[in-house]
Design a binder for this molecule. Structure first.
Ligand code: N7H
Length: 574
């Protein structure tokens, strides 16, 4: 079973708090830092704690609606770059005697930035993480209210500025704060949405063997035992075959070290009643068990520029949206694969539908390759899944409803298989270096490239909308966080082999309009993508689009390792 008391809380539980602050520390003195770290260990939140709280919170909210809820909590987690672990090696003998296998983690994000297609000059000038070989530590603090957050951030900042007393001597903390980043859930109607306007955090991989923090899942299981797995081969009984409808359950080793990973063998019975686990996820050092890699990207968003593009594209292509009247919003839905409310275009091609977007039982229930069935009408229990949104998703193998370039299809192609030979760049010589040439795209393999996303917006909301774009030049965007056990196979692969690869999943599909980045041979950053927009009669029209702009611009980040509670104790010399 998963050692939920050992695993830091944001990894599998997900902080999912409205207010978050991230402190970036540089280690200046390893011995003093060790003692500072020891003083902070009682505050580190575990997965057990976070899941228990989230379950309680959701069930109270379900009973009381959205009125203010008195239960609150504040959580802290901590993670280290490879360079920060190296800085501790002198005081923790043998720490890095066994190498970390993931080369991306060892080199760090600054060193790898060019591989991700970042603009020339990156990462110099980033707000944080731009310096190569900087021993950086991230402290993640999350709270339900601004006030609670400020109290905890002040406590931590004071402990860093003031240092601490040990053996009657006043020591420095051995660290200095190099950057402080606030993030917050957007206010009002944009709550839960990112700055372009789309609901975020809908689709996540489910974790085998982890009881979901959603009370509906627990109740659905109680009512419908058929949804339970048979005892699986490594003996984790009673896990559901699916989380919420459309959410596949993965072996936890995809996200936490020391547990079985997915079985990527083609045709492996990966989601059947007796799924066959893959090998155990190993970081290298044995003390990495119950830890996870954390990728952070500070992504500035050009909201006005993106909205202006949606509007111009709608005008240039005579796009009409007879139902909602918002042609730019219709274009946006094809670039993302969901409407602003979160409703997937595969289930609602013609117009936005906020009831569908908000319904956790329906908003992820679709596949690209095959049809998905509707969930049968439930018993009267209000927690269980209803799915009144007929018709069910019919699938879309030809990419006529959810274009192949749409963000959600690029970064997670679900059950897609190639239409033509070669899923990763069938055009000879076009396969990006390091990406499999002429690999066969199949679902068991796709499930080895998943991410547990934990992002939160930063910066003030924009007045811009797709119908009335406003360019105000404000620094706002997404603090993108993702956990995984291989940065190379998960975050970097998704970015390089899928999002930035113009020939994925079909030759000529183009790059991901949201996050795709290209450095062309002629020195430009011009991006091309093919989309499909219905005309006034609903007939899909193929449209080739081009933009010189990056609407999402990396302005900071780092590759971190989030250790187990035992490993944190070891790092602090206890
Ligand atoms: Fe994306 N957006 O608003 O357009 N993303 N993303 N992302 N993203 C998703 O299902 C967005 C970024 C993934 O399972 C949704 O939660 C923006 C990076 C993955 O079906 C929306 C930025 C990477 C998924 C956005 C951004 C990814 C996903 C739908 C940057 C990885 C799940 C809501 C500013 C390299 C796909 C949801 C699935 C979903 C947006 C960044 C990956 C609306 C604005 C850097 C794996």
């Amino acid at each position: 079973p998963l050692e939920v008391d050992e695993i830091q809380g944001n990894i599998l539980g997900g902080f999912n708090k409205d207010f978050q602050t991230f402190l970036f520390l540089e280690i200046t003195d390893a011995t003093n830092f060790q003692q500072w770290l020891a003083s902070q260990l009682p505050y580190v939140a575990t997965t057990a704690e976070v899941i228990a709280f989230n379950r309680l919170f959701k069930s109270i909210r379900h009973r009381r609606g959205h009125e203010s809820i008195a239960v609150r909590s504040t959580w802290m987690n901590i993670a280290f770059t490879f360079q920060a672990l190296s800085a501790l090696e002198d005081v923790v003998p043998g720490l890095l005697d066994t190498d970390f296998k993931d080369q991306a983690f060892v080199e760090g994000l600054a060193e790898r930035s060019h591989r991700l297609g970042d603009a020339p000059g990156s990462p110099d000038g980033w707000f944080v993480g731009g310096e190569r070989a900087q021993p950086l530590v991230i402290v993640q603090i999350a709270s339900d209210t601004r006030e609670d957050l400020a109290t905890e951030v002040n406590r931590i900042e004071d402990s860093i500025y003031a240092g601490h007393v040990a053996d009657g001597k006043c020591l420095g903390s051995g660290a200095r704060i190099t950057f402080k980043q606030n993030g917050a859930n957007l206010p009002g109607n944009l709550s839960g949405h990112e700055h372009f306007g789309f609901l975020d955090g809908i689709s996540q991989p489910g974790i085998r063997g982890l009881l979901s923090s959603d009370p509906r899942d627990v109740l659905t299981l109680r009512q419908n035992p058929a949804k339970r797995d048979q005892p699986s081969q490594n003996g984790q009984p009673g896990t559901p075959a699916q989380g919420k409808p459309g959410q596949d359950l993965l072996w936890s080793g995809e996200f936490v070290f020391g547990y079985p990973k997915q079985n990527s063998q083609p045709n492996a019975d990966w989601d059947g009643p007796n799924p066959i686990p893959g090998p155990i996820a190993e970081a290298g050092p044995t003390w990495a068990k119950n830890g996870s890699f954390l990728v952070f990207r500070r992504l500035r968003q050009d909201v006005g520029g993106f909205h202006a593009f949606l509007k111009t594209t709608a005008t240039n292509n005579n796009v009409l949206n007879p139902t909602t009247g918002s042609a730019p919003a219709l274009v946006g839905s094809r670039l993302v694969g969901r409407w602003a409310s979160g409703a997937p275009v595969l289930r609602e091609p013609d117009q936005d539908n906020s009831t569908l977007g908000n319904d956790d039982c329906a908003n992820n229930n679709f596949e690209f390759g095959g049809a998905t069935a509707n969930i049968p009408a439930p018993p009267s229990d209000p927690f269980s899944c209803t799915d009144e949104f007929a018709p069910p998703s019919p699938g879309d193998t030809a990419g006529q409803v959810c274009p192949f370039s749409a963000h959600i299809r690029k970064v997670y192609p679900r059950d897609d298989t190639p239409l033509q030979t070669g899923g990763y760049g069938a055009v000879a010589g076009a396969t990006p270096p390091g990406c499999p040439a002429n690999a066969t795209l199949n679902e068991p393999d796709t499930q080895t490239h998943r991410l547990l996303r934990r992002g939160i917006p930063y910066g003030d909301i924009s007045a811009s909308t797709p119908t009335s774009p406003v360019d105000d030049n404000v620094d706002r965007g997404l603090l993108f966080f993702a956990y995984q056990t291989s940065i190379e196979r998960q975050f970097e692969f998704v970015t390089r082999c899928w999002a930035n690869n113009p020939d994925f999943k079909e030759p000529g599909a183009g790059v991901d309009p949201i996050i795709g980045q290209v450095n062309n041979a002629d020195g430009t950053r011009t991006r091309h993508f093919q989309t499909v927009i219905p005309d006034a009669n609903g007939t899909p029209q193929s449209v080739a689009l081009t933009t010189e702009k990056d609407w999402v611009l990396p302005t900071g980040g780092g590759y971190f390792f989030s250790p187990s509670l035992s490993a944190l104790r070891m790092l602090s010399g206890q």
